[in-house]
Unconditional design. Structure first.
Length: 347
């Protein structure tokens, strides 16, 4: 019993650990309090607390977490969650599924009222374009649960926390190549990089952002090549070096203004709501096998970090947006910033 209670306190009470200092706040319909982004949990969840509550002294918490997987059924997450806690906590933990659909589950959970710091909460599990979103509401106000339960059931049934990308940092291990890349001062979009000191470079790197959809990297590559073949009226030589659910790398060869080129395309949909495409293009002047292998390592080693704002969005609006995005042809540019504002930082 003591070991179970110890785990319970670790799992719930020490849930909120790392503070974040910022101004992001959620406005929840029907709740006059602003819910401030206050920290990250030990599970890397974004933690929102009502204004006036702190990480060390909280009574209610709203947590957001994104998992970049799409093939696992939602009910599997629920069953694994319940099984693990049942094994560890025995009769101290109970759950109830309030609603279950293919792309949405709302789960209620609660702890034995007689234990210290007893808690009650709800978990929303929602399938999104490039993964699964989890939203958890937790309260220690057990004496008020019957009063507040209908309110939070309604919120989590009809709203989602939407992450909005405000800055994307892309770092690439160019030390493997030994060359320095700088932003092209003539590029209006501020997303093209050339070799330092060269004005007419035979190589360049472009970084673009697209809306995330359900298409895998491999599906995006295949659709891209078909579009290019249709435009050029001839088959193209290409190969996919690797591809999984979230990232992929391909290379292909073509011509532009009768000049042959060799291009590598790295595709990532690891981050919520965003797909990032990195293109390296080289004007052909003979094959260099060693350099080719180096460039593949550089692109495959790309790291993408995204800073988000968060807002509360109605589920109805979210469903409509998903339908639009899933109908949008892949590779349709969907920039997340005005072209005049530099967004990408190349390291």
């Amino acid at each position: 019993m003591i070991e179970k209670l110890k785990f319970l306190l670790i799992f719930f009470y020490t849930l909120i650990a790392a503070p974040i200092f910022g101004e992001t706040a959620l406005n929840i319909p029907g709740d006059e309090r602003a819910w401030n982004l206050s920290g990250k949990s030990e599970l890397k969840e974004e933690v929102f607390l009502p204004r006036g509550q702190t990480l060390g002294n909280w009574r209610e918490a709203l947590l957001y977490h994104h998992v970049s997987k799409t093939s696992i059924p939602l009910i599997v997450y629920v069953n694994n969650f319940i099984k693990e806690l049942d094994e560890r906590l025995g009769g101290l933990f109970e759950t109830r599924i309030l609603k279950e659909e293919n792309d949405f589950i709302l789960l209620e959970w609660w702890l034995d009222k007689d234990i210290p710091d007893s808690q009650h909460g709800f978990i929303q599990i929602l399938k999104v374009s490039n993964g699964i979103d989890f939203i958890r509401y937790t309260t220690k106000n057990i004496d008020k649960i019957e009063k507040i339960k209908p309110f939070w059931e309604n919120i989590l049934m009809n709203f989602r926390i939407k992450p909005i990308a405000k800055e994307i940092n892309v770092s690439m291990p160019w030390d493997l190549d030994g060359r320095r890349w700088v932003l092209d001062g003539n590029d209006k979009e501020k997303n093209k990089f050339i070799l330092e000191g060269e004005t007419d470079s035979k190589e360049y790197v472009e970084i673009e952002t697209f809306a995330a959809t359900d298409f895998t990297p491999r599906e995006n590559f295949d659709i891209l090549i078909k579009k290019l073949e249709k435009t050029s009226n001839k088959p193209l030589s290409y190969r996919v070096l690797f591809s999984n659910e979230l990232t992929g790398l391909m290379e292909w060869k073509g011509e532009e203004k009768r000049a042959p080129f060799h291009e590598w395309v790295y595709f990532s949909k690891e981050k919520p709501g965003v797909s990032v495409v990195i293109r390296y293009r080289s004007i052909e002047d003979g094959n260099n096998e060693k350099r080719t292998r180096t460039l593949e390592k550089v692109l495959a080693g790309s790291k993408i970090e995204v800073t988000y704002d968060y807002t509360l969005e109605s589920k109805e609006k979210f469903v409509n947006e998903q339908e639009i995005l899933n109908k949008r042809p892949p590779w349709s540019p969907f920039f997340i910033r005005e072209p005049k504002d530099p967004l990408f930082y190349h390291k």
